[in-house]
Design a protein around this ligand. Structure first.
Ligand code: GLC
Length: 474
């Protein structure tokens, strides 16, 4: 089968979040299964040009003028990456904005241009695609333009996060194209805005999202961010498929970022990793106490309001007050959370925070911590809880979306973590206290770690589910 993934980001070339990991790893697995997979992506300025070759060039009509697009290709492990070179991307420092929290003012024409280019590329190449698999709002207009430019293909649209919809005043879109699909004029305040996510959901052949529970939540539980009706209408053409993780990247047995590797049969290296992590974060005297880690965007979605802002003292302060555990945190984001974290850090020597985004440090943290705290308000899938389990670091999660689908509470014999509900400061503190208690029973702790490490989150099963969807469409 010939499959084109369309995405604004993908490893190993561009990444702002889990979407990039998912597109890269899913494509690699589908290739191993015998499919021909190409990934259509923007060529941002920060992508090294080495090893890419120019394969095509064509014009994109954008409101009365024609703009030149160049296509570059590069093969990595059998997957062909197809890069769209256009000043909208090649002259930008970031993916959605120069910093992650200030979007470019012209994101509407940028991703409209990307959608047209995807269709025009497929019309121009002699590679005859079967499935075009679109990811998130930046690709929402692709099904419409495939139809418009007469490319025959079935389309799948995957929601990674329904909270980001690509909503713009229609003026933006009209100055960059006279052809806005009617489907884009749906969704909240439709009469005032165009909504790229809505267009994708209405025009594609099949909708997926990244966990069964999130599918249920956005369709039935009032979490549809204004697009519930569309999702209800399309119930029969939709499915939640849980993400996998890439074990070539995330495996404590082979991880090159760890000071000491470890496995289910020999966990001793994990202690070394904990020591190194505490040193790295300059926390002294806590080697024998439970260590909690957070790696996250500092955003409301991730539950930081409940952790840092609600109540006096807030949940995190209550966790730190007894000095019977330590907390390390890596993340970037909302300044109100950064401010509160610095305040707490100046007060407590058992909290250490790094306002940064670092892949090697994330690996070290997953390995060195005892517990991983992830009290997300909503979570389409979540990858960190899966990484944590693989590293024997028991996750503490809110019972929502993919977190609910992947973590089993330790009340059960097969437990792999702690599940709290509903999300509030009280329940966060309670769950953390449960973990602190659990830590004292070293035998049960080791058993639970091993169980978590044995959970199979490889991509194979999920890739097979996508294959079933593709096949049913053809
Ligand atoms: C988004 C979601 C996250 C999911 C990821 C990959 O970042 O917020 O839950 O794991 O996409 O699908």
């Amino acid at each position: 089968m010939k499959i084109l993934m369309a995405t604004s980001e993908t490893v190993p070339f561009s990444k702002s979040g889990g979407l990039a990991d998912v597109v890269g790893a899913l494509s690699a697995t589908l290739t191993e299964m015998g499919n021909e997979v190409r990934i259509f992506m923007p060529m941002y300025s920060f992508i090294e040009k080495e090893g890419w070759h120019k394969s095509l060039s064509f014009l994109i009509p954008m409101l009365g003028t024609n703009e030149r697009a160049e296509i570059y290709e590069k093969e990595v492990n059998g997957v062909v990456y197809v890069g769209l070179s256009h000043p909208y991307f090649s002259k930008r420092l970031g993916i959605y904005g120069d910093t992650s929290f200030q979007p470019y003012p012209d994101n509407c024409p940028r991703f409209l241009c990307f959608a047209k280019a995807t269709a025009l590329y497929l019309a121009a190449t002699d590679w005859k695609v079967d499935i075009v698999h679109c990811h998130d709002w930046t690709t929402g207009l692709i099904p419409y333009y495939l139809n418009y430019f007469k490319v025959e293909a079935k389309t799948v649209f995957t929601i990674h996060n329904l909270a980001y919809q690509g909503v713009f005043p229609p003026f933006d879109a009209i100055i960059s194209s006279s052809r806005i699909p009617k489907s884009a004029l749906r969704g909240p305040k439709a009469h005032e805005n165009i909504n790229m996510m809505a267009a994708g959901l209405l025009d594609c052949d099949f909708i997926t999202t990244v966990s069964p529970t999130y599918m249920e939540e956005i369709r039935e539980s009032g979490m549809g961010c204004g697009l519930d009706d569309i999702l209800k209408d399309r119930k029969d053409d939709s499915k939640g498929i849980i993400n996998g993780i890439d074990y070539n990247e995330w495996n404590p047995e082979t991880d090159k970022d760890l000071i000491s590797n470890y496995s289910v049969s020999d966990l001793s290296g994990k202690e070394e990793c904990k020591k190194e992590l505490l040193e790295e974060f300059k926390i002294k005297g806590y080697d024998d106490k439970p260590l909690f880690a957070i790696i996250s965007r500092l955003a409301d979605q991730k539950g930081f309001d409940e952790l840092l802002l609600e109540g006096e003292p807030c949940a995190l302060e209550r966790i730190l007050q007894n000095h019977d555990s330590a907390v390390v945190l890596i993340g970037t984001g909302d300044s109100k959370y950064v401010t509160k974290l610095s305040l707490l850090m100046s007060k407590y020597n058992n909290l250490s925070v790094k306002i940064t985004f670092s892949t090697p440090l994330s690996h070290k943290t997953e390995a060195g911590a005892d517990f991983f705290l992830m009290p997300s308000r909503f979570e389409p899938c979540g990858l960190n809880q899966l990484y944590s389990m693989k590293y024997g670091t028991l996750p503490i999660v809110n019972m929502t979306g993919g977190l609910k689908d992947t973590v089993v509470d330790l009340e059960n014999k097969e437990g792999t973590g702690f599940v709290l509900s509903p999300l509030n400061p009280e329940n966060i503190v309670k769950a953390v206290e449960r973990a602190k208690e659990f830590y004292k029973d070293k035998e049960s702790l080791t058993e639970a770690r091993k169980r978590a490490m044995k959970v199979d989150s490889s991509w194979k099963k999920s890739a097979e589910e996508y294959m079933e969807v593709y096949t049913s469409l053809l």
